[in-house]
Design a binder for this molecule. Structure first.
Ligand code: ZN
Ligand code: ZN
Length: 392
């Protein structure tokens, strides 16, 4: 075998050297890549450490906030309250005459009654009545209100609304019946501001709002009705009816406090409609001709005229509570009695409603087995129902 020529040997070395050079380049590349990777990992690691530290700080902050809120919740639940907010200038929220006419004593009784009935209502709402305070804020123009109450018989002559308020405010530490003075906007503004403030206070578990008689509150109340969580924390306190514009807003809860506020009649006429002479009261506006004539069945037994009165209408309860003298309102004449003779006479519908209520009593003559031939006798003459039609 011939020895390799020197030329071949050199080529061989060159080739081998070339391969070694390639490997060295590849090695350098790999080391650079490794360093690069390491640097990237180091940076990532540093970033993670920073993130972790910031998470820790955030968690500590949240922890602190949770503790703060827990303390706040505990303190709030400890002083939970319900607010009864009343536009007391309105006819719908005038205290019963039996309270208003008795100055301080009447004020105290009214406060007790309002407190008790509000607690009853809280139980109905499943609110913890025992641990919930009742705050009452009622606003009125005392001078104007007193004049009106004296004029329409809702308060006895000589009684004072200020003295009533003294009793009311003194009886319960959180009850305020406040004189705002004259001016249409005064009471409205107080009611609006109070509602806006308390509705955002979560210590305030519920609001009973006595301001649903007047369409003037409708647009203001609209924004509370729109938010369900707010809407469900408000109950509309009403008397005879909720104003249709407010009723349309969609509030779900309503309540009447019949034993606190005097029922309101559908019609209001000047007190001059009452004529009192030495021997009784005369009502020149009575529709007493509606009472007659006497009706009899085929056997000659007296029967009662059917009235267009819906037995379910809440107005009947208003009438039952208003102690109107049947003789005065229905027959037009009363010899003098303790019943109410001051409010105005009725239109046909109210007249029939009162007649219907009067028929809850049986005619004495029929009770005694005698016949009654008085065309103006408004009592019941038939055993059984009061003969309302069920429709109006
Ligand atoms: Zn009478
Ligand atoms: Zn009779």
């Amino acid at each position: 075998m011939a020895t390799k020529s020197l030329g071949h040997v050199v080529d061989d070395y060159r080739a081998r050297h070339g391969r070694f050079k390639d490997i060295a380049v590849e090695k350098d590349d790999m080391i650079s890549e490794l360093i690069e990777q390491l640097e990237k990992s180091r940076l990532e690691c540093r970033q993670k450490a920073l993130d972790l530290e910031s998470e820790r700080a955030e968690r500590r902050r949240h922890q602190g906030r949770v503790e703060e809120l827990e303390t706040l919740t505990r303190s709030q639940n400890g002083r939970a309250f319900v607010l009864v907010l009343i536009d007391a200038d309105a006819d719908d929220y005038i205290f019963h005459e039996k309270f208003l006419s008795k100055n301080e004593g009447g004020g105290k009784h009214a406060a007790d009654e309002l407190h008790a009935r509000t607690k009853d209502y809280l139980r109905l709402l499943n609110v913890d009545a025992t641990n919930t305070e009742v705050i009452v804020k009622a606003y009125a123009d005392f001078k104007g209100l007193q004049t009106a109450c004296l004029k329409n018989g809702k308060m006895k002559n000589g009684a004072s609304l200020s003295l009533f308020a003294h009793g009311f405010n003194q009886r319960q530490g959180l009850f305020d019946f406040v004189d705002i003075g004259a001016g249409k906007e005064g009471v409205d503004n107080k009611v609006r501001e109070c509602l806006s403030f308390f509705v955002g206070n979560w210590q305030c578990k519920h609001i009973v709002l006595g301001a649903c008689h007047d369409s003037g509150y409708a647009s203001f109340l609209g924004k509370f009705a729109a938010d369900v969580s707010t809407r469900d924390r408000i109950t509309l306190l009403y008397n005879n009816a909720i104003h249709p514009r407010i009723a349309a807003l969609g509030f779900q809860k309503t309540v009447r406090l019949d034993t606190v506020f005097a029922p309101r009649l559908l019609v209001e006429l000047p007190a001059s409609a009452t004529v009192f002479s030495g021997n009784g009261y005369t009502n020149p506006f009575t529709l007493s001709e509606r009472l007659g004539p006497v009706l009899r069945d085929t056997e000659g037994k007296r029967i009662d005229k059917k009235l267009k009165v819906d037995a379910r209408t809440s107005y009947l309860n208003v009438l039952r509570g208003s102690k109107l003298c049947y003789y005065y309102y229905l027959r037009g004449r009363c010899q003098g009695c303790d019943m109410n003779h001051t409010p105005p006479p009725f239109k046909a519908r109210e007249f029939d409603c009162l007649w219907y209520v009067a028929r809850e009593g049986m005619c004495r003559k029929i009770e005694k087995g005698e016949d009654c031939d008085d065309p103006k006798c408004f009592y019941r003459h038939e055993i059984g129902c009061q003969k309302g039609s069920g429709t109006v």
